[in-house]
Design a protein around this ligand. Structure first.
Ligand code: ADP
Ligand code: MG
Length: 318
């Protein structure tokens, strides 16, 4: 099967500091990422805050221009598309943001918010849009009558359901969910995750799901990509990453999660030091200053992703 999405050598650098100052430096937000997403699969993207997850998906959605790299959607290179072609592709990929308070316009009713993408793309008559909005409200577990209400009348979980309904309005193929449950109470998180999973299955959606929490990502993903300072350090089937992680960084992320699996590899203690700045990326393996397994080689030589068992791992020592 051809991938729905293919990302090749994706890079996003930001110049920081004054234009006139000698202090001008480069912030490497995304530093060379390759990914494929198959139709119908959920790919999880996990890593500490600041490692480049949101930048990666904003580049994929073309909300940001890449510094380098190619993004192919359904085999078509997005950088060579006309604005008319881009508009069509944008309809086929939709994003759900983390903060359901900031991402919904407080002056519009839920019905207007969900119908907006239909109006923008001139889909259906006004009456057809109204009936589509009602169907979508029910699809995400809300009530038809909720169309008349304003965002402040809903709870955080309900608002996230409205964001999901809006994302579904134009029947997209790809949904990008950028930390969709991170702002919600723990008791509500599972409900929203279950809804996303149900939709993914029923509508044969392809999904990229982001979280800084590996147990949340594992719950919904078929495959998981682990990011560290702008790069993917481990990529593989969800089960393998969760139960038998290879990369020392993934192993340290997992050590915070208690698992009753005796076959699990020896845990690496959770990281205490902070993520280095992407303005000052360490030499060699960028994880080496925090890695308990680091050797001299790791200081000089950047490891490439290579197959180890069922996963790809960028580490000299596994
Ligand atoms: P994540 O979503 O994993 O928390 P982000 O992709 O938001 O990480 O950010 C990655 C890095 O890029 C961070 O260090 C962030 O401060 C930096 N960054 C993001 N957007 C910009 C920008 N517009 N200008 C400069 N730096 C940015
Ligand atoms: Mg983010």
């Amino acid at each position: 099967m051809n991938p729905l999405l293919e990302v090749q050598g994706l890079i996003k650098y930001y110049p920081v500091g004054s234009r006139f100052s000698a202090q001008r430096r480069t912030l490497r937000a995304v530093d060379g990422i390759d990914l494929t997403v198959q139709p119908g699969e959920t790919l999880g993207l996990v890593g500490e805050s600041g490692c480049g997850k949101s930048t990666t998906v904003r580049l994929i959605m073309r909300l940001l221009e890449p510094t380098a790299g190619r993004i192919l959607f359904d085999g078509q290179d997005m950088s060579s598309m006309s604005s008319a072609q881009l508009k069509v592709v944008r309809r086929r990929m939709q994003i759900v943001f983390q903060d359901p308070f900031a991402s919904l316009n407080p002056r519009k009713t839920a019905g207007r918010i969900i119908a907006d993408p239909l109006a923008i793309h001139r889909i259906g008559s006004a009456a057809e849009r109204r009936s589509r909005v009602q169907d979508l409200l029910e699809r995400v577990g809300l009530d038809r009558t909720h169309a008349e209400r304003y965002p402040h009348e809903f709870s955080g979980g309900q608002r996230q359901r409205i964001s999901i309904a809006r994302a579904l309005a134009c029947s997209p193929q790809l949904i990008v969910a950028d930390e969709p449950v991170s702002a919600l109470d723990v008791s509500i998180q599972a409900q929203v995750l279950n809804l996303l999973q149900e939709l993914q299955r029923d509508l044969a959606l392809t999904m990229i799901f982001i979280s800084h929490d590996l147990s949340v990502v594992q719950y919904v993903s078929d495959r998981i990509a682990v990011m560290y300072l702008g790069k993917i350090v481990e990529l593989g089937p969800s089960q393998a990453i969760y139960y038998h992680p290879q990369h020392p960084y993934t192993r340290s992320l997992l050590s915070a999660i208690p698992l009753p699996d005796p076959t699990r590899r020896e845990a690496i203690p959770p990281l205490e030091s902070e993520l280095p700045s992407p303005m000052n990326v360490p030499s060699g393996c960028r994880f080496h200053p925090r890695c308990p397994l680091a050797t001299e080689r790791c200081r000089h030589e950047s490891p490439e992703l290579r197959p180890v068992g069922t996963t790809l791992v960028a580490c000299h020592n596994v």
